[in-house]
Design a protein around this ligand. Structure first.
Ligand SMILES: Cc1ncc(COP(=O)(O)O)c(C=O)c1O
Length: 390
């Protein structure tokens, strides 16, 4: 049979994570020590009360049926959580679940744009921001994030024609991979831009709870006018370590939520009910573990940046997230060459910055998925390899 696949599917390249995984497997086969800093799956545990709620719900045969809708117990937990955590009041009709923000970012394009439309996405940025619209036949146009500008976009630099043609813009702070946090001024400018050009704003807030220095991450919906122009994605993955349960929420502008809900109702029959009960337990329950976890991520981040700086690889401290965005050592020019050599010579696996867009050149990303002692071992492996000797 002569199989001809769609042009859109042919445009998708094999993810860098697959290639890195093959590299990691090959090193393990050789019996090498591997420090896999490439994938952002937290090693922290799901708190016990969340697992118990899930286990209880799993004992009920009725809970294995199609859920079809989001249950009030979960929606009200999200509503209460947004009120207590961010001071944001939303109606339950302004909240909907998804199988994680990754899936949501892909499918919301169906609701918001048509083939040929423009969507604004960050460079460097999380890959699905651009892949989602492209899969729908739209055109992802990147806006640059430069270190000199604290990795924030300059709205005045977005060409007028592009702004006018854009259907929606994705913003996301605290940011993966660049780890910066946005200030009030940024959100105010973003909302003014959205209003001026009639562009929907999607704010991915996956790292809202992983800000360092005891600071609390904010919600985009806290800012005046946000609800008129946009929607926030809040994920359960990183704050509660529920990555495998695949659940997050779109919250905000009622018309956008309604259109997105209609699209998803044709694709899916609802989130597994025990997961819905686990979410309610997570959001209604104690939150001290979330703050403690942010503190531990900060400790890991500082261990890595300062430890590597001490051995001659200069890396600035990060502000947030579970990542370190590291400029590659001065004696290298390509992040891919450096990442492959680093894996080969030290067993330390990181993601080359170009996996997040061409402006990621010159950087690699570490995911902080190991305790401090393992991070220190990885630093020693790098020091002993001689890679940093010029
Ligand atoms: C910016 C960003 N958004 C979304 C996700 C994925 O979230 P979820 O597990 O809810 O799909 C990630 C995961 O790394 C991320 O970095």
């Amino acid at each position: 049979m002569d199989l001809v696949f769609s042009e859109r599917s042919r445009k998708i390249e094999e993810g860098i994570f697959v290639i890195l995984n093959e590299k990691k497997e090959a090193l393990l086969k050789e019996g090498r020590n591997v420090y896999n800093f490439s994938i952002g799956t937290p090693d922290f545990k799901v708190p016990g009360h969340i697992m118990e709620a899930m286990q209880e719900a799993c004992k009920e045969p009725e809970n294995y049926k199609y859920s079809i809708t989001d249950r009030p117990v979960m929606l009200e937990a999200v509503q209460e959580f947004y009120k207590n955590r961010f001071g944001v009041e939303v109606k339950t009709s302004q909240i909907m679940s998804m199988y994680g923000s990754q899936e949501g970012m892909a499918h919301i394009a169906v609701a918001l744009c048509d083939p040929g439309d423009i969507v604004l996405v960050p460079n460097p940025g999380y890959p699905v921001f651009g892949i989602g619209p492209e899969l729908m036949g739209a055109k992802a146009v990147t806006y640059p994030l430069y270190k000199e500008n604290h990795f924030l976009p300059d709205f005045d630099d977005i060409p007028e024609e592009t702004a006018k043609a854009a259907k929606y813009m994705i913003i996301s702070y605290p940011a993966n991979p660049v780890t910066s946090v946005a200030d009030d001024d940024f959100y105010e400018k973003a909302i003014a831009f959205a209003k001026k050009y009639n562009v929907v704003l999607l704010h991915d807030n996956a790292y809202a709870d992983l800000v360092y220095g005891g600071r609390q991450g904010r919600s985009f919906l806290e800012y005046p006018g946000a609800m008129d122009v946009g929607v926030e994605f809040y994920s359960m993955s990183k704050s509660y370590n529920m990555t495998g349960m695949r659940i997050s929420f779109a919250i905000g502008n009622e018309k956008v939520i309604e259109a997105f809900r209609k699209v998803r109702s044709q694709i899916d029959y609802g989130i597994f009910l025990p997961i819905q009960y686990a979410v309610a337990a997570a959001l209604n329950g104690p939150q001290d573990h979330v703050q403690e976890q942010a503190r531990q991520y900060e400790e890991r981040s500082r261990t890595l940046t300062r430890g590597l700086t001490r051995i001659g690889w200069e890396i600035p401290d990060g502000e947030a997230t579970m990542f370190v965005w590291a400029p590659i050592p001065k004696n290298y020019t390509s992040c891919e060459t450096f990442a492959l050599e680093l894996a080969e010579r030290t067993g330390v696996v990181v993601v080359p910055g170009t996996a997040f867009g061409d402006l990621g050149e010159g950087y690699v990303r570490f995911a902080l998925v190991y305790p401090v002692e393992m991070i220190e071992k990885a630093i020693r492996a790098i020091a002993e390899s001689g890679m940093l000797d010029v």
